[in-house]
Design a binder for this molecule. Sequence first.
Ligand code: PLP
Length: 421
Amino acid sequence: MDIIFDLIEKERERQSHGLELIASENFVSENVMKAMGSVLTNKYAEGYPGKRYYGGCEVVDEVETLAINRAKELFGVEYVNVQPHSGSQANAAIYLAVLKPGDKIMGMDLSMGGHLTHGSAVNFSGIQYDVVSYGVQQETGLIDYDQMREVALREKPKMLIAGFSAYSRDLDYAKFREVADEIGATLWADIAHPAGLVAKGLLNSPFEHCHVVTTTTHKTLRGPRGGMIMMGKDFENTYGHKTPKGEIKQMSQVLDGAVFPGIQGGPLEHVIAGKAVAFAEAIDDQFLTYAKQVKSNAQALSKAMISNGFDIVSGGTDNHLMLVDLRNKGVNGKETEKALVKADITCNKNMVPFDDKSPFTTSGIRFGTAAITTRGLKENDMETIAGLISEVVDNIKNEELISEVRKKVNGLMEGKALFNY
Ligand code: PLP
């Protein structure tokens, strides 16, 4: 047997024993995994259902059409493209569809909670486009919409991005749209993180306000690793979309063309099948129970962290994640992440707004509850977890104590399947 399978088993053990608090991770169902590990991986299918560049696509056409229709039902949208291989690929397609290189964009600053693909200097978005950004208020940790409007009116970006990787509050998409309309910008929402909560109506909907929406499918949405593009109400308004080359086309056509042949070749039909399975699971009422539990676990964890003397940026959470500012504890994000990993608690170091430390060290850590909720944990477990995290942080150099915490973590997770919904 190939050693790779031993390693997969080792990783399964790691995932089973530990507490997964990385906000962007989750555990998929056996059915999602089955679809991904299927013969669909053998098939080339450049193009779209009914319009392929390869023969033998009748079955994958059905698979992809099902995925599209289920996503439309789940999010209540008019247009879906399920082919992006990842969230970053979905985002790259938006840039290609809407802008010319050198155009100005405006997104949330990476150090304030934005994503690499929203204009970071080391990403294609920051390399190929002219970037201005908005952030949060220092006192409240909340998005400063007045500052965002002020910068937008002054800089007149062609595209405005509403989305985040590390912001624990809901977004006011109507406000973003007001500003976008004032300057004639395209409004794009990237709901990669909260997509599962948005789908079930537990957070504001971007679809009434944003011209286009992208997401990943593997975070709160609990599907396979991948990306997706959607359009809601503005599907109609963007019918006569002017492309960067000046042609008038339907926006849906422009977006499809931006994904393939714009930035990708053959779609991953096995992953698209996994997406279709995950969408059906998310349409089910059971997913509403799950999504509500994710939110309520996040609130319970954030409250319990505060009771243990931690600072939470913005004082709490509306979604599945929170950002812990460690400065009052005299430790940094890097050493905290490392110590928690020793206790089988996985999370990631993260910059906090107005951080004076580098992205490699950071003053914060980010936690999310999507994965531990899939494993079946509830509000009372969040109090236990906050207590365990606190023990590690307060004794960050004490290997013996950290090893005791690890035993408690393993005890808490013992007998719990990876997928409990
Ligand atoms: N957009 C946001 C807001 C994200 O948080 C992420 C990933 O964390 C992405 C896009 C990119 O997704 P991927 O890692 O699949 O490229």
